[in-house]
Design a protein around this ligand. Structure first.
Ligand code: GDP
Ligand code: GDP
Length: 436
């Protein structure tokens, strides 16, 4: 189930302000990757234990108001199709405009839940103005909010997350790796999918997903079951380049939400691009397993050092993320495509791995003894005990007398030691520091 929320609305109502507020909290905790471009228009948000992907359509639909028909309308439609809920943002200070009504007309034809956020209600008198928007005739409540100071946003988010299934809902496919093939347009995602489905006859079912063209294929290889999530979708004819780009971002976000492990396909001739880095950084924050597949390897002139150079270039762009396996593939020549799937299943197993507490302590406490956390202001910092906690992805709690003083570089040291002793290739690892 994909929890994707699209923020739509005309320019300048405050979409990106709200977007930044939504993703800020998690960013502060987990976004320690430099190299990530700042102009991200999608991110991962958390509210009261619910997680969802949020997309700021304003970052993509950049047309002016007179371009509503031609550009924004199409992009809004795409976003609505892919999202599980829509936040429609309007501006209390400007009041209801014709452009808002145009938006509402598009939204009304969708069957998605719509939350009207009447923004810039910074003070109680402005809040009163929000009632004007009931005139839009959309179902549901109007939420007066201030994206800038946060007032009213809690009520909106409380209602929004009611839509998302809570964890622990019985999933008939639990335990079967769900693998998504993601990446920019034309990198070879559909070709990979076709090659996999075409060469193996043991495909069980081909099942249409919840919306039009989401395809989940049940697949069996070497006795392993897995589910392939196709992001390529149905080819849309006659789309301009921007739309294809936008559409592919939306599809990738959805596939990411739904998968355990993603295969990030990049084009060998183009190398790792900033969009790829953004996608990987999002997947890391979501705790997804990852494999990087450099496709079209047949087009590259090679000598003995080429793949190492390629790896180095990718690692530099992703630094400090250094745990993702990189595979060189030619779908065209059917070269190493099964190895990629095998690797993805391996990563899935790593993601599920539980290290017994005794083993964890035996090994890590010794490492910590060799290289203890540096003392701060004359205070000695001890780490007494480590345990892996139950979570969506490998997470380790370190109990310490002064957890708040454990430096970032020491945290990296600990993560490196975990990775050195236990194989977590392809999987983000989370370290939590608690007082004991
Ligand atoms: P977008 O084009 O819809 O993404 O709008 P922006 O987020 O860029 O915001 C447009 C302008 O409105 C900026 O100058 C923001 O500082 C301002 N703004 C956003 N939210 C609020 C709010 O809650 N109150 C007030 N007074 N201004 C806001
Ligand atoms: P998608 O948009 O990511 O689904 O990309 P497609 O699967 O449609 O592939 C885009 C183009 O790249 C097509 O013309 C493919 O034939 C071509 N292509 C895919 N894989 C390879 C490969 O390994 N080598 C070469 N040379 N071309 C490839």
């Amino acid at each position: 189930m994909a929890n994707i929320v699209a923020i739509v609305g005309r320019p300048n109502v405050g979409k990106s302000t709200f977007f930044n507020r939504l993703i800020e909290k998690r960013q502060a905790i987990m976004d320690n990757e430099p190299g990530v471009t700042r102009d991200r228009h999608y991110g991962y948000a958390e509210w009261c234990g619910s997680y969802f992907t949020v997309i700021d359509t304003g970052g993509y639909a950049t047309g002016s108001e007179d371009k509503f028909e031609s550009e924004i309308r199409k992009q809004v439609k795409l976003a609505i199709d892919e999202a599980s809920a829509v936040i429609f943002m309007v501006d209390c200070r400007d009041g209801l405009t014709g452009f808002d009504k145009d938006f509402a007309n598009v939204l009304r034809t969708s069957k998605k839940p719509i939350f009207v956020a009447a923004n810039k209600a910074d003070t109680p008198d402005k809040t009163m103005l929000a009632n004007e928007f009931y005139e839009l005739g959309l179902e549901g409540e109007i939420y007066p909010i201030s994206a800038e100071n946060g007032s009213g946003t809690g009520e909106l988010l409380d209602d929004l997350i009611k839509l998302f299934p809570s964890e622990g809902v019985e999933d008939p496919d639990a335990g079967i790796p769900r693998i998504a093939i993601v990446g920019r347009p034309n990198v070879g995602k559909s070709s990979l999918l076709n090659a996999l489905l075409g060469t193996d006859r043991s495909i069980v079912t081909d099942e249409a997903g919840t919306t039009r063209d989401a395809i989940h294929s049940y697949y069996k290889m070497y006795g392993k079951n897995f589910i392939l999530i196709d992001t390529a979708g149905v080819r849309k004819k006659g789309k301009v380049k921007d739309d294809i780009e936008f559409y592919s971002v939306l599809r990738s976000l959805r596939a990411l939400e739904e998968c355990d492990v993603c295969i990030v396909v990049i084009d060998a001739e183009r190398g790792m691009e900033s969009q790829d880095v953004n996608l990987i950084s999002l997947a890391q924050r979501q705790g997804k397993g990852m494999v990087i597949m450099v496709n079209k390897w047949d087009l590259i002139e090679k000598d003995s050092k080429t793949s190492d150079k390629f790896k180095k270039d990718i690692q530099e762009k992703l630094a400090p993320i250094d745990y993702i396996p990189i595979m060189f593939v030619s779908v065209l020549n059917k070269q190493r495509i099964f190895q990629v799937m095998e690797k993805a299943v391996e990563v899935f197993d790593n993601k599920d791995k539980k290290i017994p507490t005794s083993k964890l302590n035996d090994i890590l406490l010794k490492e910590i003894e060799h290289y203890p956390p540096p003392s701060i202001k004359g205070k000695l910092i001890n780490i007494k005990y480590i345990t892996q906690v139950n979570a969506r992805f490998p997470s380790f709690a370190f109990f310490s007398n002064l957890p708040q003083y454990i430096s970032e570089s020491y945290q990296r040291f600990l993560e490196n030691k975990i990775r050195e002793h236990f194989d977590f290739e392809g999987v983000p690892v989370r370290l939590i520091f608690r007082k004991k």
